[in-house]
Design a protein around this ligand. Structure first.
Ligand SMILES: *Cc1c(COP(=O)(O)O)cnc(C)c1O
Length: 333
């Protein structure tokens, strides 16, 4: 595939297990009465409980290392999965890691601030800096960068979610992997459904599928803010990513983000999320997370029930499980 050649020329450190499994969800599909359902298990990327950021970090840390960095600094909510995966990736290749975690969700209890991802961040040896807001986070990032330089080192800064054109290359590669899996099994899915927040995962998939001239469409479920704002981030990142691949801008109809499943805000539980977690667990033995994959699955459940994804004789739909399950332990209440 020409697209494989496009992405394989960028430096990458191998961090994840792959190809991740592509599994059927027959009991969930029968229960919902919609199309056949598959799940692409990117919660099983392997590194320190896995998740979608591992694929992005393979390219981001290759770039940081090539730039001579000895420290990586990144930001995310207190229960950030991206922060935990960055801490693990940095440990794996011998870089120091500093995590700046603004309080993006109104929770101050011990479960939220000490369990789940935060517990793992500390275990993985990262510096953990919980700060009040985005402004304080910026100041902290600058301070930590200056400290790294004063110590004779160099810091690489990774933005929230690892969503740059470099990070998105991980999901260009994932698009190729998934396409090959589908082809070898004679599957022709109509859509991939996933949680969209900073947008790099969706942008990488869209850019990769466009480069492959694939008929598979990508449907993002907004779990961080409005679908319009999310779609704009996906658009911008897809343009930057396609540019790096030396390809033209992806067609506008490939960028599709739906709203309606966020509820009161990022990280705040919804009824639909609770139902989706229960259905996936009880019908498929599949664990979702409360912030991302649970709300994305709430979207898939709703769309499958309403018939808008087709019926049981139609093309299958792939749910991309982006990980996040360690956050379950911070959301016990
Ligand atoms: C970061 C994350 C996402 C969102 O990915 P983006 O590339 O930021 O849109 C989805 N699910 C989980 C579990 C995540 O940690």
């Amino acid at each position: 595939m020409a697209a494989r050649f496009d992405v394989e020329r960028f430096p990458r450190v191998s961090l994840g297990h792959g190809p991740t499994p592509l599994e059927e969800m027959p009991r969930l599909a029968a229960h919902l009465g919609g199309p056949p359902l598959l799940v692409k298990r990117d919660d099983c990327t392997g590194l320190a409980l896995g998740g979608n950021k591992v694929r992005k970090l393979e390219y981001l840390l290759a770039e940081a290392r090539a730039d001579g960095a000895d420290t990586v600094i990144t930001v995310g909510g207190v229960q950030s999965n991206h922060a935990r995966q960055t801490a693990a990736a940095a440990a794996r290749i011998g870089l120091r890691c500093e995590l700046v975690l603004p309080r993006m969700v109104e929770r101050y209890d011990a479960l939220y601030e000490e369990n789940g991802n935060v517990l793992l961040d500390r275990l993985l040896g990262a510096g953990v800096h919980v700060v009040q807001d985005a402004e304080a986070a910026t100041a902290k990032v600058l301070e930590l960068g200056a400290a790294a330089e004063a110590a004779g080192g160099k810091a690489a800064f990774l933005p929230a979610g690892g969503s740059t054109a470099t990070g998105a290359l991980g999901y260009v590669r994932a698009a190729i992997e998934l396409t090959e899996q589908c082809e070898s099994r004679g599957l022709a899915p109509s859509r991939i459904v996933l949680a969209a927040s900073t947008g790099g995962t969706q942008a990488g998939l869209v850019s990769g599928l466009a480069a492959l001239e694939s008929a598979i469409r990508v449907l993002g479920i907004a779990v961080y803010d409005t679908p319009e704002a999310t779609a704009q981030r996906v658009r911008d990142l897809a343009d930057a990513t396609s540019g790096r691949l030396g390809r033209s801008r992806v067609a506008g109809d490939r960028i599709d983000v739906r709203g309606g499943y966020l509820g009161d805000g990022y990280g705040i539980p919804t009824e639909g999320m609770r139902e989706a977690l229960d259905l996936a667990a009880r019908l498929e033995g599949l664990l979702l997370d409360p912030v991302y994959s649970g709300k994305a699955m709430a979207g898939l459940v709703d769309l499958a029930r309403s018939g808008s994804l087709g019926g049981r004789n139609d093309a299958p739909v792939v749910f991309l499980h982006t990980g996040g399950t360690p956050a379950l332990f911070a959301y016990g209440s």
